[in-house]
Structures are given as C-alpha cells and as structure tokens.
Design a protein around this ligand. Structure first.
Ligand code: BTN
Length: 288
C-alpha cells in the first residue's frame, strides 16, 4: 500500500514509528496488535489480560464485527471508518473508581482530538464524546471479574486489569449508519472538512492517556476532574437518569471524587449517580 493510502487507515508501522509514549504501547516482549477484522478489541484485550499480559499493550482493529458499547449495545464498526482500540491498564483502583477512570479516558480522547484536529469536543457523563449534540465516540471501560485482590506484595502484572476501549468515528458514509442513528452521529472528517489520519489520533490518544493515567495513579484526581469539567456538556444542565423502575430528574451540579455525577433534584436533595446513562433536556423540553 502506498504511504498516502496508509496515512488514512490504521497502520501498524506508522503507529509504532509515531508512538512517543514511555510505557503505553511499549511493552517489552508484547507486540501491540492491529487486526484487519476482529469481533471486538475489548474482547481480545480481555483475553490477553487473562493470559497475564502486562499493562500497556494496545489492541486495535480496522473493523469490528461485534463491537460492544455500554449497556449491552452494539458499536457500529465498519472497515476503516473509525478508531477501534483497547488499552490494557493495570491501575491501583477498585471497581468503585471505574467512573473516574472513564472520565480520565474521556479527557485523553478530547485532548488527542484537540491536539490533532484543533476541534474542542464535548464530554457527556459518563463516557460520550460529542460534538453539537451528536455522538462522535465512546469509551467502554471494563474490569474483568476474575481480578485478584491486591496486597503490598502484588506484582504489577497481577494487578486487576482495566480495559479501556475507545471508539472514535473518523469517516462514515450515510449507508454505514443504521437509519435510526443517522441524525445522532458525527465523525471527525465531517466536522473538520478534511481527511484525518487515524494513526496520528491514535498515537496522540496514547500520549494523552498515559498523562491522565499517571496523574490518577499519583493521586492528582482533582486535576483530572477539573479537566473533565472544562470539556463537560453535562454540568449545569437538566438531566434525566433511568435505572430499572427508578427515574431521577434534576440539575447536574458536579462530579464526585470517584467520578459519580451529582444531581440536585427539585426538592434540593443531592443524588450521586455511579453508573447508567443520562439524557439531557434540550430547549424544546425533550430529553436526548
Ligand atoms: C459506548 O459509547 O457505548 C462505548 C463504545 C465503545 C466502543 C469501543 S470500539 C473499541 C472497543 N471495542 C469494543 O467492542 N468496544 C470498544
């Protein structure tokens, strides 16, 4: 393939040449994987984690046949249309702090897009990358349930794994998108009005992820929360959250130090949401 064509699809040698991280994607004895087609990069990264792969390995695919979104949804992943990548991390964190790590991943993605494309995207709690109200990408952060309990003697490779899976839309044609999603999705080339090199976005994502992740591990939680708030399109907005038979409506006022969304309801009670999905009330009074 000529270099012009390879600039516009994920390319293993371009990624390796451009990676300027210290640890992520640079694990001695373990190659980053780029597949032409895979069911799901998160599934493959979970498999590697179960085999004891160390922190830092990246699994990428040009196409996914069973890409997974949150809440059991499918993630539409046509060939060479997006970044489908999962980072294997082994942080010192408990499942309770998973929302915080998801927020940090969102910050890393927003910063990568800013660095490569010069566009400031928005972050919708907990994991949506948005532009003008349309979904540009999402993050699926998973901690496998076999995770071991850590002690002071636990080796890094035995720490619980956290798989951070990123889906970022780069280029779509209308026919790629199911009818019901047509007005809800945005992609980078459409916003930027020019071709985007996914290898640059991916390597910048790795750089920014390493930074936010080091900050979290060093205890600089507030720094990450402040960065997230700067990109937030959720805080200050009326939201609705539905979980089973319970519906909560109120104003999204803040995020907690574990990444939960603090919502103030009509009777001024504060409720912290730790999971699930929210919709934001628009000017016409409907939630989307
Ligand atoms: C969401 O917004 O619901 C999260 C979407 C996450 C999609 C990515 S694509 C790469 C990785 N592999 C998957 O199967 N899912 C994530």
């Amino acid at each position: 393939m000529d270099s012009q064509a390879s600039a516009y699809r994920l390319d293993h040698s371009a990624i390796q040449a451009q990676l300027s991280t210290k640890r992520l994607g640079k694990v001695s004895g373990w190659d980053n994987e780029l597949w032409d087609c895979l069911d799901s990069t998160n599934n493959r990264a979970l498999e590697l984690a179960a085999q004891g792969a160390p922190e830092g390995v990246i699994v990428m695919a040009r196409q996914q046949t069973a890409g997974r979104g949150r809440l059991g949804r499918a993630w539409v992943s046509p060939a060479d249309s997006g970044i489908y990548a999962s980072f294997l991390l082994r942080p010192h964190c408990s499942p309770k702090e998973l929302p915080l790590h998801t927020l940090a991943c969102g910050v890393a993605a927003a910063q990568a897009i800013w660095d490569c494309v010069g566009i400031k995207i928005g972050l919708k709690w907990v994991n949506d990358l948005v532009f003008n109200g349309k979904k540009l990408g999402g993050i699926l952060a998973e901690m496998p349930s076999y995770a071991t309990h850590k002690t002071a003697e636990t080796k890094q490779s035995q720490l619980p794994a956290l798989i951070a899976g990123f889906g970022i839309n780069i280029r779509f044609t209308q026919t790629d998108i199911p009818e019901e999603l047509q007005h809800k999705i945005a992609w980078l080339e459409q916003i930027a009005g020019q071709p985007i090199n996914p290898n640059l976005v991916l390597t910048s994502l790795a750089t920014n992820l390493e930074k936010v992740y080091d900050d979290l591990n060093d205890g600089h939680t507030n720094k990450i929360l402040e960065l997230w708030k700067d990109y937030s399109v959720t805080l200050g907005r009326p939201i609705r959250a539905v979980s089973g038979n319970t519906t909560i409506e109120g104003l999204a006022v803040d995020v907690s130090d574990t990444g939960g969304l603090i919502v103030e309801t009509k009777d001024r009670t504060q409720v912290v949401l730790h999971a699930g999905e929210i919709t934001i009330r628009g000017a016409n009074g409907t939630y989307a």
